[in-house]
Structure formats: structure tokens, C-alpha cells
Design a protein around this ligand. Sequence first.
Ligand code: SF4
Length: 83
Amino acid sequence: MSDFEEREVGALRLRIDRTLCVGFGDCITEAAAAFVLDETGVAIFLAPETVEREQLLRACDACPVDAITVWNGDGTQIVPGGL
Ligand code: SF4
């Protein structure tokens, strides 16, 4: 498993920085279909494409250590910070 996990979800690009994730699971609380903790207690993607966009963005933004970054279709970073 690499330090970064990336997914395209519609027009969004999502990245989990696994070196930052501390495994508290706030993202999973917000969107249990999108994220899961792996066997080492670090977040990975589950099925983020099944989660409605606003809920998915809220879940990414909920990360207390800003381990999840989201860019929109034109490359603008919208999480953290831009919601
Ligand atoms: S909210 Fe952030 S720190 Fe917590 S499990 Fe998700 S990615 Fe990891």
C-alpha cells in the first residue's frame, strides 16, 4: 500500500495521505460507504462513488488532520479549506 490513495469520483479527485491519517474515523462516521480503516487502522477508499457529492465533501472535510484532499474538475483544491 502506498502513502497516497487516489480516486476519481465524477469530476472530483480525492486523495488520502495515509502518512497523515490517525485513524479516528471521522470520515467514516460521515460517509461509511466511502471510507474504511484497513488492517493497520489507516483509512482507505471503499466506494466513494456511491455517496452523494455534498455528503462526500463533508466527510472529506471532517478529517481532523487534513489527510484528505479534494480537487474539483478544473484542478481547484476545495478540501481542506474551500467548502
Ligand atoms: S478522518 Fe482523517 S484521520 Fe480520521 S480516519 Fe479519516 S482520513 Fe484518517
